[in-house]
Design a binder for this molecule. Structure first.
Ligand SMILES: C[S@@+](CC[C@H](N)C(=O)[O-])C[C@H]1O[C@@H](n2cnc3c(N)ncnc32)[C@H](O)[C@@H]1O
Length: 435
C-alpha cells in the first residue's frame, strides 16, 4: 500500500484522504469507482474508519450542510474547507471518535489539503459545535437529508409518508443473503452460521433470504467460494418468485448485470435457454463470475453485450425480466453517493430510456408470454406512471396483478418502500401479451 503524499511531500492523514474521496464524488464520480482508486492508499488499520467516515458523511450530507450554514459568518465558497467541516462535524455528532482527535485531525487535514489560511475557521467551528452539540443533534434528527429536488418529488409521490421515508432512506441497510437452494436450504445454512457463532435470522418476505445481525467480511462466510449464497437485498429477491415456471422455456434477462436476478432464476428453474443481456461489458463479466461461483453456468446460458433498445432476440421469448436502468433512489441506503450524483434532470432521461427498452423488449415476447418490469426506484414516473402510459398505448398488454401481502398496490404493479432491517425500494409490474 502506497501512502498518499500532499504538496509538501508529507503523507496525507486519514481525514484528508476521506475529504479527497468526498471531493471526487462531488465532482461526479461514483463512490464505487473512487473507492477502487483510493482504498489502496489507506492503510489496513484505517480502512474501517475511512469507510465509516466516507459513507456516513454521504448519508448525512444534506443534514451536515444544514448544521454548517448557521455556523458560518458568511458563505465559504470553498469546497475543500466545507468538506473538511462536514467530516469534522460528522465525527463529532455521529461517531464515538474523541472530540479532541476529531478536531485536531480535521484541522490538520485542512492544512494538508492546502487550506492553511482557513484552518483556524475550521478549528473554531468544530470547537463551537462541540460546545453546542445538543441543538445540532436535533437538526440531524429532523433533516430530510435529501437534495431539495428529490424531497419535492417524494413529497408529490408519497405525500404524508415523506418524513418516514426520508428517515428510512438515511438508515444503514442490513447485509442480506440469498441462499442458493440448489446447494443448501435456508435452515441448513442458518445452522451452519450458528455453528460458526454467526448471528443471523430469516427474512420476512423472501423465503430464501437471511439477514445478518452484523456486518461481516462476505468472502469469509462459510460456503461463499463454493457458491452457497449470494448477497442480495430482500426486496430484490422477490423478482424470481413473480415469474411463471420457467423450466424448458426461453427467458431473456434484458438488463442483467451483475446477475443477481439471473442467478436467482437459475437457482429456481432450468430454462431451455436463458439470455442475459446488458450493454455494459465490464458489469457483464460479473454475471459470468457470479454464475461460475454459484455453479449455475451451462450451455443453456448465453451472456450477451448489447443495447436492449435495439437488440433482436433469436426467437420470441416465453418470459422477459426487465430490471430497467433507473434513478436507483430506492437503494440510496446502500449507495449514499446517489444523493449527490443524481440530478432532477436525470429522471426524465431515464424514463425515456426505460420506455425505449420496454418498447423493444415487448416486441421480443411471444403471445401468451410474461414480462416482468422491475426498478429499484420509488419515483412514480419510473414505475406506476411508466406503466399507466404503457398499458394505455399497448392494447395487447394485460396486467397480471401481483396478489401479495407485501408492498403497496399501485394503479399498476406493486411498490415496496425501503424498510428498517429489511429490503430496499423496489417496484414490480407483471404483464402478459394477449395478441
Ligand atoms: C438495475 S441494473 C440491473 C441489475 C441486475 N438485473 C441484477 O439483478 O443484478 C440495470 C442494468 O441496465 C443496464 N443497461 C442500461 N442501459 C441499457 C441498455 N440500453 N441496454 C442494455 N442494458 C442496459 C446497466 O448496465 C445495468 O447493468
Amino acid at each position: 500500500m502506497k501512502p498518499s503524499p500532499h504538496a509538501s511531500g508529507k503523507t496525507l492523514n486519514l481525514r484528508a484522504q476521506v475529504v479527497k474521496t468526498l471531493l471526487a464524488v462531488q465532482n461526479g464520480q461514483s463512490l464505487q469507482s473512487v473507492l477502487a482508486q483510493h482504498i489502496n492508499i489507506v492503510s489496513d488499520k484505517d480502512r474501517a474508519l475511512y469507510h465509516e467516515l466516507v459513507l456516513g458523511c454521504l448519508r448525512q450530507w444534506h443534514a451536515l450542510k444544514q448544521v454548517t450554514l448557521p455556523l458560518l459568518a458568511k458563505p465559504l465558497e470553498n469546497e475543500i474547507v466545507e468538506t473538511c467541516l462536514y467530516v469534522g462535524l460528522y465525527q463529532l455528532l455521529c461517531t464515538r471518535v474523541a472530540a479532541h482527535a476529531a478536531i485536531s485531525e480535521t484541522v490538520e487535514a485542512t492544512k494538508q489539503l492546502g487550506m492553511e489560511s482557513l484552518s483556524g475557521v475550521v478549528n473554531a467551528i468544530l470547537r463551537r459545535a462541540t460546545r453546542e452539540s445538543e441543538q445540532f443533534y436535533d437538526v440531524l434528527e429532523n433533516a430530510s437529508n435529501l437534495p431539495s429536488w428529490l424531497a419535492k418529488r417524494l413529497k408529490k409521490d408519497w405525500g404524508d409518508q415523506l418524513a418516514e421515508l426520508s428517515y428510512e432512506l438515511k438508515q444503514v441497510a442490513p447485509l442480506t443473503l440469498r441462499v442458493n437452494t440448489r446447494q443448501v436450504s435456508r435452515d441448513e445454512y442458518l445452522d451452519i452460521l450458528e455453528d460458526e457463532g454467526i448471528d443471523a435470522h430469516r427474512c420476512e418476505i423472501s423465503d430464501v433470504g437471511i439477514v445478518m445481525d452484523e456486518s461481516l467480511h462476505i468472502p469469509s462466510l462459510p460456503g461463499f467460494e463454493a457458491g452457497g449464497f449470494s448477497v442480495q437485498d430482500e426486496h430484490a429477491q422477490i423478482c424470481a418468485t413473480l415469474v411463471p415456471n420457467l423450466n424448458g422455456k426461453l427467458v431473456i434477462d434484458a438488463c442483467a448485470a451483475p446477475g443477481g436476478k439471473t442467478a436467482h432464476i437459475l437457482e429456481m428453474y432450468q430454462p431451455k435457454r436463458l439470455i442475459a443481456l446488458d450493454q455494459d461489458e465490464k458489469r457483464l463479466k460479473r454475471v459470468y463470475e457470479n454464475l461460475e461461483r454459484l455453479m449455475l453456468n451451462g450451455k443453456h446460458v448465453e451472456i450477451i453485450t448489447a443495447d436492449a433498445v435495439k437488440w433482436t432476440a433469436p426467437e420470441q421469448a416465453d418470459c422477459i425480466v426487465l430490471d430497467a436502468p433507473c434513478s436507483a433512489v430506492g437503494v440510496i441506503r446502500r449507495h449514499p453517493d446517489i444523493r449527490l450524483l443524481r440530478q432532477s434532470s436525470d429522471i426524465a432521461k431515464t424514463v425515456v430510456l426505460q420506455k425505449q427498452i420496454l418498447e423493444n423488449m415487448w416486441s421480443q415476447l411471444k403471445v401468451g408470454g410474461t414480462l416482468l418490469y422491475v426498478t429499484c426506484s420509488i419515483l412514480k414516473a419510473e414505475n406506476e406512471q411508466q406503466m399507466v402510459e404503457f398499458f394505455a398505448t399497448h392494447a395487447d398488454a394485460q396486467e397480471v396483478k401481483i396478489e401479495a401481502d407485501w408492498g403497496l398496490e399501485q394503479i399498476h404493479g406493486r411498490q415496496l418502500l425501503p424498510s428498517r432491517g429489511q429490503g430496499d425500494g423496489f417496484y414490480y409490474c407483471r404483464m402478459t401479451k394477449t395478441a
